[in-house]
Design a binder for this molecule. Structure first.
Ligand SMILES: [Zn+2]
Length: 295
């Protein structure tokens, strides 16, 4: 893959060999890096002073459905093994494990303002994570905002002018409740962000090729989004509606005034060797993460 180890200057990462990971198997819309034998993906565009990382399934010690870099403590996997995986992640990306902040995600729309006192929350145990939270924002340098995913999309916002970052976990429920819009509004209210100075990144997720939704869900989208709904809803051969998490969340952000939006059009279900997929694995899957932090 020609983009491996390319020009993006991430000072805290030293790319090493990819001997354990066959990157050439994938035509990726992100840049692949690796450190301490843990591969991870970074967006094509970067903002000075901000790190954004998406992990894959590779580089960990979990087995079976969780093989191998399962980072979710609530998945049924051995917690000792998951904590080792989290340790490997931190070493690879270059942060101390006690700087990451983990959320107890519930497919809701609550957004937490994270400060220094939250550093490390949820890192050692699920119940210590920020409760009932699917979005987080911070202006604190070195805090690593973390979202666990296995089909849902991660929305990342970076205020290029104010050293502020945001992250959210949006499946169809979060998208329907306009969590991306709420995340942007939280940046505006908390940091005085100007949408034109905000860059957005939307992570790998289950794609419009694979995300069947129930007809009642599609009808709810149609009633809320009006004529725009057809841009984000298609039908499969059996006329079952399919939702595009990438375009719908990008549209929400664009409507809010954000013009720099990068979408990683990598489907988790179609790339099940690369990512955990809740639907692709019949509900028994590990979790990969998206992380954002101010360096
Ligand atoms: Zn797919």
């Amino acid at each position: 893959m020609e983009r491996e180890g390319s020009q993006i200057p991430l000072r805290y990462i030293q790319a090493t060999s990819l001997s354990d990971f066959r990157a050439n198997d994938y035509n990726m819309s992100m840049i692949l890096r690796s450190n301490h034998s843990v591969p991870f993906l970074v967006p094509n565009s970067s903002v000075e002073g901000v790190g954004i990382v998406v992990t894959t399934r590779a580089g960990g010690v979990s087995s079976g459905s969780y093989s191998s870099l399962n980072l979710g403590l609530h998945t049924g996997d051995d917690s000792t093994v998951v904590l080792e995986n989290r340790h490997r992640l931190a070493r690879a990306v270059g942060f101390s494990p006690d700087r990451a902040v983990w959320l107890q995600q519930i497919h809701g729309d609550s957004i937490a303002v994270v400060s220094e006192s939250d550093a490390g929350r949820g890192g050692q145990s699920y119940v210590d994570g920020l409760p009932g939270t699917d979005g987080a924002i911070t202006g604190t340098r070195g805090i690593v905002l973390t979202v666990l995913i296995a089909d849902c999309a991660t929305i990342v916002l970076v205020d290029r002018a104010r050293n502020a970052i945001a992250i959210a976990h949006a499946g169809w429920r979060g998208t329907l409740s306009r969590l991306s819009t709420k995340l942007l509004n939280a940046m505006i209210e908390t940091f005085g962000s100007q949408p034109r100075e905000v860059s957005a990144f939307i992570s790998p997720a289950i794609g419009p090729c694979c995300l069947d939704v129930r007809r009642v869900v599609a009808e709810e989208f149609s009633s809320q989004w009006g004529e725009d709904a057809h841009r984000h809803l298609t039908s499969d051969l059996s006329n079952r509606p399919r939702l595009n998490l990438w375009s719908s969340n990008a549209a929400l952000l664009h409507a809010g005034g954000v013009t720099e939006i990068e979408v990683a059009d990598l489907c988790t279900k179609c790339n099940s060797e690369l990512f955990f997929s809740h639907r692709g694995q019949g509900g028994k899957a590990g979790r990969f993460v998206t992380q954002v932090f101010l360096t």
